[in-house]
Design a protein around this ligand. Structure first.
Ligand code: NBY
Length: 854
């Protein structure tokens, strides 16, 4: 404790935020000359980016400290969002936009002022922003959702922390070599990261392996009593904090990311036996725990290191949460009134078991009292119904790594099954169906989703259709056991600060002018966007709206030219009447990029056919107006089919783009290394985007929302959040096609037993593929549809997909006014998909927490 008289000195020197451009410049130079030890003479863009970030971060840290003190002083309930992935992207521009505190008198935004100040210092803000590597600590939708959610939690003044892992390497960087995906390491930490604060004073020991010692249980052999777990391997968890600023609020929340370090206790037993090298190696192994993000989306690999990551992260986070709780000296019954923990998928399910262990083994609470606290604390979000993505761990592997946790899971299961048995006596089938331990397979496995349900008070899906599906399929029995009230829906959302204001500043400007909102309050209250509806048919407004789109298309064309080494892939002169058709997301069979590329092949063949019949190109163009099909996305490194789809797209691109005869009326582009910062360029440039998953497979999708928010129209199936997007923006403003989820089972059955013939259009496409028109061997791709049951129902939806694409062509090229009207109306009604709305729903319905205002 610092003595009272000294505190006066502290107060006298209290740190101040920079407010004016002048003060910013002074901070900037200070950081260049001291923090970076550089000078006027050797400050490049990278150093200027670092100095800018350090200066902005100083402001954030001051608010961060105040926010944390305020949250502690008020004793408010905190939310902890546990996610193994946070796909943050870049931080600087977001921090600048969010530093707008609403008190700007001049009407000139803070970001603009700093931009001017940077100009005066001899740099361009745009160039500095480009220096920042993406924080790509996630795979796709699930990780980006976590990033949008912490932005909205900070903005909504919720006392909330994110907990994750600080991977040394995020998702791999994708290179395309000869049309194939090649993975290279993501060196995002090569230069100092100004957005993180190392907290090396906090060191949490984490144990693995070992055995359970019950010798001091007074001969009571029950696993329910406090037991001592003697770990066999120990590592240290050290946190790095990332300040998360809210928009137009001084609230700054915390994202705490753990990193693994070796212990400083040296293994003297090994050392003394002369095994120095081995004992050093074992120490080095510690760091491997947080070395790399597993690059699978919607697929669980079942590797021991992954389970180690999960436990390391859950144990460190729980230790931190419990320590903070204990400091406030509440009684244990109060824990669920102080703490809400949200599980982003089943990846953090071990946190349930770890809290039960802490309460029973370390705090000596009675089992049932402890379990009551646990279940009131946790809630679980499900993101998939696909079997291959549902986590299961073989008990052998699990029990070896976490022997005490396995015992606790057995006991949780025992009490759960007893409860089921009492409710549904003698239903042995039910018991085996819902058991947390699956007995059917060769080796017994722990079903993590079932454990998460049993250990939580609420379970939610991420879009209406998906939340209904989990109740009638994978979790059906649990609805019977717990009643429908435990299951709920929170439809996903996205943060409009990044996905509108930051990614599309021109559209943001047009909107705020049109609806008379110079302070950008619509970014907090998206229902204000409905004001746009009255301009939907206003020709002057439509033309301004169109100009913004053209600007964004130009910006994307520049990026593509850069990525294609200066090749003018998208003809500059024709951008205005070229339809940009975009599908960017992880490559997965269920997302059906293969259907899109088959459609591209079909279009190409149709154009060629007309030309060969002697139809002049100007006539052909009337039927097949100018279009560029743009793809982007990563495949899991071990996912053979997805990699083949990438190769096919690149091979088709090669043929189509170099065919002089078609005179550039059609192009196919694959953008390598799709990530958050590329998405910010790509999404605002779309005329049309594709969300064409097999009905019932895409839990929600979130890029669909991003595209709509940027004035792009959608072609999509009746799946995930497309359903609610349609409801919000109106069915006239979306191009839906294809079979419905309710028919999928029947269609799959027919494929299996009757071998349906392929539609003629798909047959033609397969024939040219099989003739070797495109470089590569695509047999497995064709066979999976022709002979192996077409699990994703490409053949069933192909015709209606093509028909709907023709309709798109027609509206875009023959009725541009109609198109613009649809686009404006879509943005006017997209407000529901703000992640601020999601967070409010979670706070009210699941967490029972209130925003904390000044
Ligand atoms: O979560 C996605 C869903 O596919 C998408 O429909 C939804 O909008 C989004 C947000 O709710 N799921 C997803 O991205 N999942 C993963 O990335 C993922 C990663 C790893 C594992 C499983 C799923 N794993 O088991 O290792």
């Amino acid at each position: 404790m610092i003595p009272l008289q000294s505190r006066e000195i502290w107060k006298k020197h209290g740190v101040k935020k920079f407010e004016t451009p002048d003060e910013f410049q002074s901070k900037f130079i200070q950081h260049v000359e001291t923090t970076l030890a550089r000078s006027l003479y050797n400050c490049d863009d990278l150093a200027a980016y670092q100095a800018t970030s350090q200066s902005v971060r100083d402001n954030l840290v001051i608010d961060w400290n105040k926010s944390q003190q305020r949250q502690t002083a008020r004793g408010s309930k905190r939310v902890y969002y546990l996610s193994l992935e946070f796909l943050m992207g870049r931080a600087l521009d977001n921090a600048l936009i969010n530093s707008q505190d609403g008190s700007e008198e001049s009407g000139v935004e803070k970001r603009e002022k700093i931009k001017g100040a940077i100009d005066e210092l001899g740099f361009k803000l745009e160039d500095l922003l480009e220096q920042e590597p993406d924080a790509a600590l996630g795979n796709g939708g699930l990780g980006r959702l976590a990033a949008c959610f912490i932005d909205s939690m900070a903005t909504g003044d919720y006392p909330a922390w994110g907990y994750g892992l600080r991977y040394q390497y995020g998702i791999f960087a994708q290179k395309i070599i000869d049309g194939y995906q090649v993975e290279t390491p993501d060196y995002w930490l090569n230069f100092a990261n100004p957005w993180e604060i190392e907290r090396s004073e906090i060191q949490v020991p984490i144990n693995f392996y070992g055995y359970v010692d019950r010798s001091d249980n007074n001969g009571d052999g029950s696993t329910l009593c406090a037991s001592k777990w003697i770990g066999g391997e120990r590592v240290i968890a050290v946190p790095y904090d990332m300040p998360i600023p809210g928009f137009k609020t001084e609230n700054v929340n915390n994202l705490r990311m753990w990193t693994a370090r070796p212990t400083t206790e040296f293994d003297f037993a090994k050392f003394n036996s002369g095994d120095y090298k081995n004992s050093v190696e074992q120490q080095q192994r510690a760091e491997s725990i947080t070395a790399v993000l597993y690059p699978n989306d919607n697929f669980q690999e079942g590797k021991e290191l992954r389970l180690k990551q999960q436990y390391f992260w859950c144990a460190a986070s729980l230790h931190d949460i419990v320590r903070r709780f204990k400091k406030a000296k509440h009684s244990w019954e109060d824990f669920p009134n102080q703490v809400a923990i949200q599980l982003n998928d089943t990846h953090p399910t071990l946190a349930i078991v770890e809290l039960q262990r802490i309460l029973v083994d370390l705090e000596h609470l009675d089992w049932h009292k402890a379990w009551d606290i646990v279940t009131k604390t946790f809630a679980y979000t499900n993101h998939t119904v696909m079997q291959e993505a549902l986590e299961k761990w073989p008990i052998g592997l699990f029990g070896h790594l976490l022997p005490r946790h396995l015992e606790i899971i057995y006991d949780i299961n025992w009490f759960f099954l007893k409860h089921v048995e009492s409710k549904f006596p003698r239903d042995v089938d039910l018991l085996s169906r819902v058991s947390i331990i699956e007995e059917a397979s060769q080796e017994r496995q722990i079903r993590m989703a079932f454990l998460a349900i049993v250990g939580s008070h609420k379970v939610n899906g991420v879009a209406e259709l998906h939340s209904e599906l989990i109740k009638t399929t994978i979790f059906q029995d649990f609805v019977k056991i717990y009643g429908p009230g435990k299951f709920t829906n929170v439809t996903n959302g996205i943060t409009p600060r990044r996905w509108l204001k930051q990614a599309n500043p021109k559209l943001g400007e047009l909107i705020s002018k049109a609806i008379g909102d110079p302070q950008d309050d619509y970014l907090l209250n998206m229902s204000k966007l409905t004001e746009l509806a009255k301009f939907a048919e206003d020709e002057d407004f439509q033309s301004q709206w169109n100009d913004v789109k053209q600007f964004n298309k130009q910006r994307l064309a520049d990026l593509i030219e850069k990525l294609y080494d200066g090749e003018d892939v998208i003809q500059r002169d024709n951008i205005r009447n070229t339809l940009f058709d975009i599908q960017v997301k992880r490559i997965h069979e269920y997302k059906r990029q293969q259907m899109n590329i088959f459609g591209c092949i079909y279009r190409y063949l149709s154009i060629k056919k007309l030309l060969s019949q002697g139809v002049p190109i100007s006539e052909v163009e009337k039927k097949y107006p100018r279009k560029v099909s743009i793809f982007g996305g990563k495949s899991a490194p071990g996912y053979y089919m997805a990699k083949l789809i990438i190769k096919l797209i690149n091979s088709v691109s090669d043929v189509v783009n170099h065919d002089k005869e078609i005179n550039n009326i059609f192009k196919v582009v694959f953008i390598p290394d799709y990530n958050v910062s590329k998405a910010e360029i790509i999404i605002p440039a779309s005329d049309l985007s594709e969300h064409i998953s097999t009905a019932g497979t895409e839990a929600s999708g979130t890029s669909n929302m991003k595209f709509v928010m940027n004035g792009g129209l959608i072609i999509g199936t009746v799946d995930g959040a497309n359903v609610e997007i349609t409801r919000e923006i109106g069915e006239d403003n979306i191009f839906l096609f294809g079979n419905l989820a309710e028919n999928v089972e029947e269609l799959r059955y027919q494929h299996q037993y009757h071998g349906e013939p392929l539609p003629q259009e798909l047959e033609e496409v397969f024939q040219v593929i099989e003739q070797g028109t495109f470089d590569g061997d695509f047999k497995p791709l064709v066979e999976s549809i022709r002979h192996h049951g077409d699990y994703y129902l490409v053949s069933d939806d192909f015709k209606s997909y093509l028909q709907t694409q023709s309709l798109v062509d027609e509206v875009y090229h023959k009725n541009k006014k109609e198109w613009l009207k649809k686009s404006i109306l879509s943005v006017a009604n997209v407000g529901f998909f703000s992640s601020d709305r999601c967070i409010q729903e979670y706070a009210d319905e699941i967490w029972n927490v209130e925003p904390l205002t000044n």
